[in-house]
Design a protein around this ligand. Structure first.
Ligand code: HEM
Length: 502
């Protein structure tokens, strides 16, 4: 006679077998659906075994390799499944143009970015308002980034870098080791706070503000891209930090207005936004100024910190290029009669170009644009790492920009000038090199980013020599694709040695 325990065991085995058969059936149905019932009119589709999850694992592990692999197999247009959403990829220069200069009703970023960014940036700005309003807001920010304003930032940024290395324990002594990802994230936060955000924000950049920044930053976790609005503790901290951060900016605005400090204040971004009005004549409400300032802080900092870390990692791995950069600075800062003692070949160096073109600057910031319940993916990084356009595409060689061929590539867009509502810009999306995007969502922080990174890197190279931890040249760590900003793994350490002339 069968005992109750045996009965339970047999029943559990039956359930397990049924579950397994069900799973196999599901996989087979999913496979048949993709192979047998594929519409001939639709673009080719990347095969996946697991429904809903689709190609998320291989895409997430290395998006660039993923796109290169399937571009070689299917061409520039194909689809893949990403957590239940069918993504259509448009690659190549035509694909860049098709999506980045697409009509707003056909492709929009709000649907994709909104749930992730609105809790961080706040209401009524960027992706929580009609696109035409975003274009006006971008125009306001552009007003605040004039040549004069940018030039005034140079000494402020340099001082921040010098103070940072003076006050941080990792930089004490004649030589040492530094986690460059942490250093860059702190330095870019200080420099942006001092220059773009204004002196009150920099003064408030104490441990408390840094904690607020950190908590707000938790909102940019990849999980929130996929499943926004989960009641996670990190999301509660993000929401509390947003409210406090907004209060910081509102207090600054109120204090400036009450004490009539506006006219004396440096003409920084807060001052600029306080003097802007929408086309309907309405001045920008204080709450929106606060939210735009949070956007600039959070939006610009990650890309700059990631790009800055890559530049320093590359320079540590290519000391000859770092030396050229150093010589270039000696040359340009010396009186004209002494010039020529430095290495003039370095005057043609473009150090900020290559890390951005060859290290993915911000793949997730590039549009996975919403098209109704489908998605359209465009990845300019595919063209910028393609042999079609760049010889020896994966190698870091700033001197490639000395070749007229590459400058021609960069200017390939050279096309029509358009105005999406934030000022004239070249449509530019046919270029294979688009580190700052193109079209209506193009970066408005580009000039500031170049200036900020140029001064940071210049100041560091003038004062220190860098090398890799094991002394090997040419090698940098792999990209951390689990981060939203394609940054180097954290930590990533390099060695530094103070230059003797100090
Ligand atoms: C190395 C630094 C930076 C890189 C590589 C970078 C890259 C980009 C890219 C690729 C886009 C287009 C995103 C899209 O099409 O969806 C973008 C947009 C934008 N960036 Fe930057 N950026 C940098 C720094 C900054 C800074 C410092 C600021 C602020 C001052 C900033 C503000 C913005 C804004 C407001 C947008 C517009 C978003 C939109 O219209 O949807 N960026 N950036």
């Amino acid at each position: 006679m069968i005992t109750p325990a045996e009965f339970q065991q047999a029943s559990a085995s039956r359930h397990a077998i049924c579950g397994l058969l069900g799973l196999v059936a599901l996989l087979l149905i999913n496979a048949c659906r993709q192979t047998l019932f594929r519409s001939k009119t639709e673009p080719p589709s990347v095969f996946h075994w697991i429904p809903y999850v689709g190609s998320a694992v291989s895409y997430g592990m290395d998006p660039v390799a993923f796109f290169h692999k399937y571009r070689a197999k299917y061409g520039d247009v194909f689809t893949f499944t990403l957590f239940g959403r069918k993504m259509t990829c448009y690659l190549g220069v035509e694909g860049n143009d098709f999506i980045l200069n697409g009509k707003h009703q056909d492709v929009n970023a709000e649907e994709i970015y909104g749930p992730l960014t609105i809790p961080v940036f706040g209401s009524d700005v960027v992706y929580d308002c009609p696109n035409s309003k975003l274009m006006e807001q971008k125009r306001f920010v552009k007003f605040g980034l004039t040549q004069t304003a940018l030039e005034a930032h140079v000494p402020l940024i340099e001082n921040e870098v010098l103070d940072y290395v003076k006050l941080t324990s990792e930089w004490k002594g004649a030589s040492g080791v530094v986690d460059i990802t942490r250093a860059m994230s702190e330095i870019t936060l200080f420099t942006a706070a001092r220059s773009l955000q204004g002196k009150e924000v920099r003064q408030k950049l104490t441990a408390d503000f840094a904690k607020l920044y950190h908590d707000l930053d938790l909102g940019f976790s990849p999980i929130n891209f996929l499943f926004p609005g989960l009641p996670l503790p990190r999301n509660r901290r993000r929401d509390a930090a947003h409210v406090k951060m907004r209060a910081v900016y509102l207090d600054i605005i109120e204090e400036r207005r009450e004490n009539n400090l506006e006219s004396d204040a440096e003409h920084d971004m807060i001052w600029n936004l306080m003097h802007c009005s929408y086309k309907n004549g309405e001045p920008v409400p204080d709450k929106e100024i606060a939210h735009m300032m949070i956007t600039l802080l959070m939006g610009g900092q990650h890309s700059s910190s990631s790009a800055g870390s890559w530049i320093l990692l590359r320079l540590a791995a290519h000391p000859n290029i770092a030396e050229e950069l150093f010589q270039e600075q000696i040359w340009t800062s010396s009186p004209p009669e002494q010039r020529g003692q430095g290495n003039s070949s370095s005057t043609r160096l473009h150090p900020l170009h290559s890390p951005q073109s060859e290290e993915p600057p911000s793949h997730c910031r590039n549009p996975l644009r919403g098209r109704r319940r489908q998605g359209a993916a465009v990845l300019p990084m595919v063209t910028s790492t393609s042999e079609e356009y760049f010889r020896d595409a994966r190698s870091w060689n700033p001197h490639r920009w000395d070749e007229p061929r590459h400058n021609a590539v960069e200017e390939a867009a050279g096309e029509a000038v358009v105005d999406y509502g934030y000022g004239a810009t070249t449509s530019g999306a046919r270029s294979p090199y688009l580190p700052f995007g193109a079209g209506r969502h193009r970066c408005i922080g580009e000039k500031f980013a170049y200036l900020n990174l140029g001064v940071i890197v210049g100041t560091l190279v003038r004062n220190f020599k860098f090398s890799t931890m094991d002394g090997k040249e040419g090698v940098v760590p792999p990209t951390d694709h689990t981060s939203m900003f394609a940054r180097p793994p954290q930590p990533s350490s390099i060695r530094w040695a103070r230059r003797e002339y100090n």
